[in-house]
Design a protein around this ligand. Structure first.
Ligand SMILES: Nc1ncnc2c1ncn2[C@@H]1O[C@H](COP(=O)(O)OP(=O)(O)OP(=O)(O)O)[C@@H](O)[C@H]1O
Length: 343
């Protein structure tokens, strides 16, 4: 399989003004600014195969967006090389634009006061799509992403989930071979998140699109990706198959229940009660010990449930576990198995 994305020793340093304390410090900084270097992305390297869905995950400020911006040609790196579909993103940005798409969960590419159909029209012209092809593609995507009813509604009146589906359609109009999705499910509720994930998977299956996905959400990674790269402080700390990651780092979930009456849960191995009130129960489930189906089955059998939410461990905890294990591996003899399994 060919590589869709190839990155070698890619690095980005920002020059930032140093902050100084107090009023006097602020005045001095205004007239005699002192700059310092901020290493946002340390030299990193990886490859993404064509048709692969790669999760690029990490906590706030880890360097995910900076990496995506370099791979889409928005930012020039300080050093290193990258190729996306054989093109250098920052030198051949225009050509690359015809081959890749991007969705930024926190930044819209749709005109806020206009209906999506107008933004699509404009994008169709930018991508030089022949009129008939454009209309066929737009209508096919609108149907698949179930946005036909909102095509003529101004974006400002759409819910976040509706807008996100329109954003993805906008990114796919020109049949890109690689799509960068930066936090595509941020701020969405569980059901809408699930829908967006299904649509993303369908797009990969049906069109063979390579997907580069950043997310804080362990659920996105578990459900969408086979491989994940974890970045922290601008450095890749893990490049691993998601199945293995799930076994080693995503080993618990939190279940929160709203109850209609008091519930007495029998002791279950791997299940710890975090909090219990007359009408609520919060549990920690170690999924390496007990399956979620079994726990949910027991809960349904024993309790009158009003509502249930299931949460993945926060990213910070996953990172802490990775470091913990890295340290343990570093203590092992040199001939033992490496931490990063790659793809
Ligand atoms: N234009 C910029 N000028 C100076 N520093 C920047 C700039 N853009 C990003 N940074 C810094 O670089 C580091 C990496 O930022 P980046 O936005 O890539 O992180 P991220 O992993 O995408 O985080 P988040 O999940 O919060 O979006 C951060 O410390 C950030 O403050």
């Amino acid at each position: 399989m060919a590589a869709a994305i190839r990155v070698e020793r890619l690095q980005k340093t920002f020059r930032v003004k140093e902050k100084r304390a107090g009023l006097r410090g602020s005045a001095e900084a205004l007239f005699r600014p002192v700059y310092k270097e901020k290493l946002a992305v340390k030299p990193i390297g990886f490859q993404v195969e064509e048709g692969e869905i790669l999760a690029f995950m990490g906590p706030n400020g880890a360097g995910k967006s900076t990496t995506i911006k370099m791979l889409t040609g928005i930012l020039h790196p300080t050093a290193g090389t990258a190729e996306v579909l054989g093109l250098c993103p920052w030198e051949e940005r225009r050509r690359l634009g015809f081959l890749v798409g991007s969705v930024f969960g926190q930044k819209s590419q749709l005109w806020y006061h206009l209906p999506p159909v107008d933004s699509f029209e404009l994008l169709g012209s930018i991508y030089e799509l022949p009129k008939a092809d454009f209309i066929r593609r737009r209508d096919e995507l609108a149907e698949r992403f179930e946005i036909t009813p909102y095509l003529n509604t101004p974006v400002r009146r759409l819910s976040l989930g509706e807008r996100m589906r329109c954003e993805i359609v906008a990114a796919l109009l020109h049949r890109p071979r690689v799509v960068f999705l930066d936090e595509p499910t941020i701020g969405l509720d569980v059901i809408v998140k699930q829908k967006i994930r299904e649509l993303i998977l369908e797009m990969n299956r049906e069109e063979g699109t390579t997907l580069f996905l950043t997310s804080h959400d362990a659920g996105d990674i578990e459900q969408l990706c086979k491989r994940a790269i974890v970045i922290n402080h601008g450095e890749i700390i893990l490049d691993e198959r998601v199945s293995r990651m799930k076994r080693e780092y995503l080993t618990y979930k939190t279940i929160e229940l709203r109850l209609r009456e008091v519930c007495v849960l029998p002791p279950l191995p791997g299940v710890r009660i975090l909090k219990q009130t007359a009408n609520g129960l919060k549990l920690n489930v170690d999924t390496s010990v007990i399956g979620m189906e079994e726990v949910l089955g027991q809960l349904v059998a024993c309790c009158k449930i009003g509502d249930v939410t299931i949460e993945d461990p926060p990213m910070e905890e996953i990172i802490a576990k990775i470091y913990e294990r890295t340290e343990r591996v570093a203590d092992r003899p040199a001939d033992s198995a490496p931490l990063a399994g790659g793809s």
